[in-house]
Design a protein around this ligand. Structure first.
Ligand SMILES: Cc1cc2nc3c(=O)[nH]c(=O)nc-3n(C[C@H](O)[C@H](O)[C@H](O)COP(=O)(O)OP(=O)(O)OC[C@H]3O[C@@H](n4cnc5c(N)ncnc54)[C@H](O)[C@@H]3O)c2cc1C
Length: 508
């Protein structure tokens, strides 16, 4: 083995995985004077958000990524880096095989109303009857009751989202045409395979907490090019090392004061000395590490093998002619029973494709298990067929180039009951911390923002333990609106009254 010890006096931190979580931790710790090495298995930093070029020089990425209004920490980072990567706020629409179903406004431009009135009043439903929409009202109780606490997760997580919506009287049509599509594109799984807790957390964060929360911006190119490339440069300027094509396989542990501590991170034939280690690896990657490393001696790590991940398919099609797409971002449902998909007009969103003579469309499919085995030609034909059902002019256009990226077991599956197997930042190893979009934390954010926040939280744990530098400032999620705070406090008091009574001895 090659010993990578540098002989330096600075505290050494090894971060594993260069997604939002790992990069967030690395950047902050490098700024605080730590000797940080970020080890990434892939060829590029960025994780699920990585971007690269086709052999023909066209930019592609592992699916397009939106940045929603409440992503305060990411917006703050981007400002701090002096970047301007984002489009203006964009409107979105929703299609089914029957045609256009829903159009959303830019909610922050409408008169502000107490939540959830704005969502109900300003969203334009073209087909869904009012009676079905009103059947969502009883669900508001669950939204109030689910306050993202550990107790709330334990209560709601074993239930499926489908059961939750059914129990609260949501009509079948509203479920099929609004909630299930939302789950498919937001949690990447159909309702019967989603945790009710995850569904409530996502629904509140992206839609219900405040009127503008559903407003979204996109990068004006790949996130890799617009954010990660300049961010990695800044990490390197701050003294951090970002090493790609380094797949971590094991840790070396020793016992200090009766507790296990990591001393080295093993990457095949290489070893990296560490005073602290942060994992920022997705569920599947973490399972592979646990299965082959000393981590399998800890039940907490072995539990991770109970978790699951979802397949995603990201495609980009270049057409020979412009096909007008009314709104740049579109979600679709009802095309395949267990798969949701989205399509984006990249001529409108990405600077690179604005001058292109033909349309450039990104179409991403979530929970795409049954699509991954198809050939590229079959996939491209399906994408064009589905696009044509939404916007008929795509039928006559020719596909002149296409990229198909299969992401097998790539995204966290928040399946019912999975909460019990997830880890918080703290691990049984005194100086090893977890981060990533799937770990348990209380910040209440989702996806990229959650991953980034957990990276900062892990960095803060290291700072607390090693006592060097200042903790990162983490912007909290915006507080609940006053009427929601009041409803939650009444709910807690009423629940407290029944605590210990016969009513409370049911199923938990
Ligand atoms: C198609 C698609 C669309 C999405 N859309 C959105 C969206 O619109 N908005 C949004 O907020 N989120 C979206 N997400 C989710 C978002 O991408 C993730 O929540 C976020 O990127 C997770 O970041 P992470 O740092 O936790 O993990 P990841 O991005 O998964 O990074 C983990 C990294 O660890 C590396 N790794 C794994 N094993 C090892 C090992 N043994 N050694 C070293 N490195 C290893 C991996 O290569 C990877 O780079 C989408 C995801 C997909 C796939």
């Amino acid at each position: 083995m090659i010993d990578r010890a540098t002989g330096s006096q600075r505290s050494r931190v090894v971060v594993v995985g260069a997604g939002w979580a790992g990069l967030g931790a690395t950047y902050h710790l490098a700024q605080q004077g730590y000797e940080v090495t970020l080890l990434e298995a892939g060829a590029y930093p960025g994780g699920l958000v990585a971007g690269w070029k086709t052999p023909g020089g066209r930019s592609i990425e592992a699916g397009i990524h939106g940045f929603w209004y409440p992503y305060r920490n990411i917006f703050s980072l981007v400002n701090q880096l002096g970047l301007q990567p984002f489009t203006p706020w964009t409107r979105s629409s929703q299609y089914s095989p029957a045609g256009l179903e829903v159009e959303s406004p830019i909610f922050q431009q409408e008169p502000w109303l107490p939540t959830p009135l704005g969502t109900f009043l300003y969203t334009r439903f073209y087909r869904l009857p009012l009676a079905d929409r009103l059947s969502a009202l009883p669900l508001l109780y669950a939204v109030i009751d689910f306050d993202n606490s550990d107790a709330a997760w334990r209560q709601y997580d074993p239930m499926t989202a489908r059961e939750l919506f059914k129990q609260f009287g949501v009509s079948m049509r509203l479920y099929k045409e609004a909630f299930e599509p939302m789950l498919l594109v937001g949690l990447f799984a159909p309702g019967e395979q989603c945790s009710a807790a995850a569904a409530l957390g996502m629904l509140y964060y992206f839609i219900l907490a405040h009127q503008p929360n559903f407003d979204v911006v996109w990068c004006r190119g790949t996130v890799g090019e617009q954010i990660f490339r300049p961010w990695v440069e800044r990490i390197e300027q701050a003294g951090g090392r970002v090493l790609t094509q380094r797949r971590v396989t094991d840790l070396q542990l020793e016992t200090v004061a009766g507790k296990p501590q990591a001393t080295r991170v093993i990457c095949g034939e290489e070893a990296f000395e560490a005073d602290a280690v942060i994992f920022g690896v997705g569920v599947s990657g973490m399972q592979k590490i646990v299965g082959q490393s000393c981590l399998r001696q800890f039940p907490e790590f072995c539990q991770l093998l109970n978790l699951n991940a979802v397949d995603v398919l990201a495609t980009r099609l270049w057409f020979d002619r412009p096909v007008p797409v009314p709104l740049p971002s579109n979600a679709c449902f009802g095309f395949d029973a267990t798969t949701g998909w989205t399509f984006f007009d990249l001529n409108a969103l990405h600077d690179e494709w604005q001058p292109e003579p033909g349309s450039v469309i990104e179409a991403d499919f979530y929970h795409a298990n049954q699509l991954l085995p198809l050939s590229d030609e079959q996939i491209i034909a399906k994408v064009q067929r589905d696009l044509t059902r939404c916007i008929p002019d795509f039928g006559a256009a020719q596909v002149i180039d296409a990229s198909v990226v299969r992401l097998s077991r790539a995204v966290t599956h928040f399946s019912p009951g999975s909460y019990a197997s997830m880890l918080p930042a703290q691990t049984p190893i005194a100086n090893v911390w977890m981060s990533g979009d799937w770990i348990i934390n209380r910040h209440g954010s989702w996806s990229q923002e959650k991953a980034y926040v957990t990276g900062l939280e892990a960095a803060n744990q290291v700072i607390h333990q090693l006592g060097i530098g200042h903790p990162a400032t983490i912007l909290p999620v915006e507080p609940d609106e006053p009427h929601i705070q009041l409803a939650r406090s009444i709910n807690r008091s009423v629940r407290g009254l029944f605590e210990g009574s016969w009513l409370h001895h049911g199923w938990q």
